[in-house]
Design a protein. Structure first.
Lengths: 450, 173
């Protein structure tokens, strides 16, 4: 099963007379919702005569702009201006826009572009990002892509805009694997599913005949590791998204669980239970050789590497209650880092390295928070009846997690939903899924240029 | 097979007699080492004997009945604990005696309540499943006939009472 069509996409810098100027508008990602940047996103202009399987080129151009608009709007950093306020359409934008008209509706940035169906059956998409106040072009790019990949290219353009205006890598051209949940609450079916970050291109990867939990994306390849209950034998598996093949990682007497890739994708770190006692091990994927990292009668689980693989953070109750620990990648120098009230669990190291996200449980509630790797600067981002399992966007700016609602007394309630929140603690949003969802895991940015 | 069935019927009748006479008594009497493969089910028919005799002695129903009126396949654990307490020991002992008399393999499932994270609860469930398994083995059941499997918090049986979900369930495999 080949999900992403990588090969047929090329990128060229757009040859334009105007040289990109130094931006005078900048979005501060640390400010969250305070001052979202007003941006006007015009429809990519295309022929209404040229047809593809999914509609006319003009329609596709409009849909691409809609996807870009939704991406930027959801980030909370942009205020996308309602197209009904536009004085100019995008039509005349082969030349420089009439900046005064865009200034008058409050736009600070402007997207214009065109889409053409070219002879080999691909789209040629040109777009430009303009600094409306300075009256200059900030970015001009041309992309080629197959028609069925138009959503992908829309996310690429949204990422380009995000990066040009914030200075940070985007996270829109990404996917999420998660556990789709269905059925009565005492007999939940839990299967592996994957979708684009915005919920489109949704697919189930397992049929639900056995339970799947704890999926995680490889940071470097189209692979997922997860826990499968196939044959009532909970073990860690590796799943290749391109071939659709899955295999058990090692054959052990006891349960293996809580897997996570190393940053280079060459190892999987996990818990392995031996007669009821869970310790941490790492497995080299090429040889399947395992190395013991902890040896303690307490529960050691939920391991996560630091971005360069030098350290590991994990969850243990060795001190009498569940707390977060950090150690070297060979298991030495174990240090407790969480000291607040309550239980701490599921530590996940940010891809930027500066923070560890976690689940906290205290006073009958659950929280998602972050702290520095030395345990200082604890900050709670969100709380509810139940939530757990944060996963980082690849740029380390957004966390996704799942929330479970209480059962009501009529046999209902108990829904599980995916949610995301900005690191600033603002812009909390539900991530829509066709069924209930739990255990989200964010992919790295899709590499479309190989 | 026939012989087995006959033997089982015989045992069940003895068991039924025991239960009938022990009904009003304290549970200690039922919890002694006497193997009592008796199903205590809400009897629809006026005569309990034919109902009881339908139970396959190697079935889950038979295992469920090792404690007579109590749920014989289920033991409970305290919050975030996995030690086997006195009432769990009595049930596991009855299970062990039953297993020694009936050649079946079992899975001991370890379960948790839903007020914790998935991964920690998988580990805790494994502790519970193995604690129950180890007790069965200590009571003389060959380890090869018992498999411990954790289901973490993924298979709750009660939506309002967390304590009912912190359990070990012995299932005929």
């Amino acid at each position: 099963m080949r999900i992403i069509h990588i090969a047929l996409l090329t990128i060229m810098t757009f040859m334009v007379a105007t040289l990109p100027s130094k931006a005078i508008i900048v979005v501060d990602v640390n400010q969250g919702h305070v001052n979202p940047l007003p941006i006007a996103l015009t429809n990519l202009i295309g022929s209404d005569q040229a047809m593809t399987a999914s509609g006319s080129v003009q329609q596709i151009g409009e849909q691409i702009t809609q996807v870009i608009t939704a991406d930027l709007e959801r980030s909370g950093l942009f205020n996308t201006i309602d197209p009904r306020a536009f004085i100019n359409s995008g039509a005349s934008n082969a030349a420089a826009p009439q900046f005064a008209n865009w200034r008058s509706i409050g736009a600070q940035a402007l997207l214009t572009g065109t889409i053409d169906l070219i002879e080999d059956g691909r789209f040629q998409i040109d777009f430009r990002l303009w600094d409306v106040l300075a009256g200059t072009q900030m970015t001009g790019l041309r992309y080629y892509t197959t028609p069925n990949n138009w959503r992908g290219i829309a996310h690429v353009i949204a990422d380009t805009i995000y990066k040009r205006l914030t200075g940070e890598d985007g996270y829109f051209d990404t996917r999420v694997v998660y556990i789709a949940e269905s059925g009565p609450y005492l007999e939940r079916i839990k299967r592996l599913a994957i979708m684009d970050q915005d919920g489109y291109n949704h697919k189930f990867l397992t049929d639900g005949s056995y339970m799947i939990l704890n999926p995680r994306f490889s940071p470097v390849s189209q692979e997922i590791t997860y826990l499968s209950f196939y044959n009532d034998t909970p073990r860690v598996y590796l799943f290749n998204l391109e071939s659709g093949k899955s295999e058990m990682l090692g054959e052990f007497e006891g349960m293996t669980f809580a897997p996570r890739f190393s940053p280079d994708g060459k190892k999987v770190i996990m818990s392995k239970a031996d007669n009821g006692n869970s310790d941490l091990f790492s497995m080299e994927l090429s040889t399947r050789r395992i190395t013991r990292l902890t040896k303690h009668s307490a529960i050691d689980t939920s391991p996560s590497y630091s971005p360069f693989g030098r350290f590991i953070t994990f969850n243990s109750d060795r001190g009498g209650s569940q707390q977060l620990y950090v150690m070297d990648n060979d298991g030495r120098n174990i240090k407790r880092i969480s000291f607040g009230t309550g239980n701490y669990a599921t530590p996940v190291w940010s891809p930027r390295g500066d923070l560890i996200a976690f689940t906290k449980q205290t006073g009958g509630k659950f929280y998602i928070g972050v702290m520095r790797p030395d345990g200082t600067g604890e900050r709670i981002l969100t709380e509810s009846f139940f939530e757990e399992g944060p996963t980082w966007s690849p740029n380390g700016r957004v966390l996704m997690y799942y929330r479970k609602y209480p059962y009501d007394n009529r046999g209902g309630g108990g829904e599980t939903q995916l949610w995301s929140i900005d690191l600033t603690g603002y812009n909390e949003r539900q991530v829509l899924t066709p069924l209930d969802g739990s255990d989200p895991a964010w992919s790295p940015l899709i590499d479309r240029y190989n | 097979m026939l012989k087995n069935k006959f033997y089982a019927k015989f045992l069940i009748m003895i068991g039924a007699a025991l239960i009938l006479s022990a009904c009003a008594n304290k549970k200690e009497e039922v919890m002694d080492n006497t193997p009592a493969p008796v199903a205590e089910r809400p009897a629809p028919a006026p005569a309990p004997a034919p109902v009881v005799s339908r139970i396959d002695p190697l079935s889950q129903e038979a295992l469920d009945s090792v404690m007579g009126g109590m749920a014989g396949s289920m033991v409970y654990f305290a919050y975030d604990r996995y030690d086997v307490d006195a009432s769990a020991r009595a049930i596991l002992q009855a299970q062990a005696e039953w297993m020694k008399g009936n050649n079946v393999n079992v899975i001991v499932e370890g379960h948790c309540d839903e007020r914790g994270t998935r991964e920690y609860n998988l580990a805790l469930g494994d502790r519970r499943a193995n604690a129950a398994k180890n007790y069965l083995v200590a009571m003389g059941v060959p380890a090869s006939r018992v498999r411990a499997v954790s289901f973490g918090k993924e298979r709750p049986v009660d939506m309002s009472d967390h304590a009912k979900n912190r359990r070990g369930y012995t299932r005929v495999n």
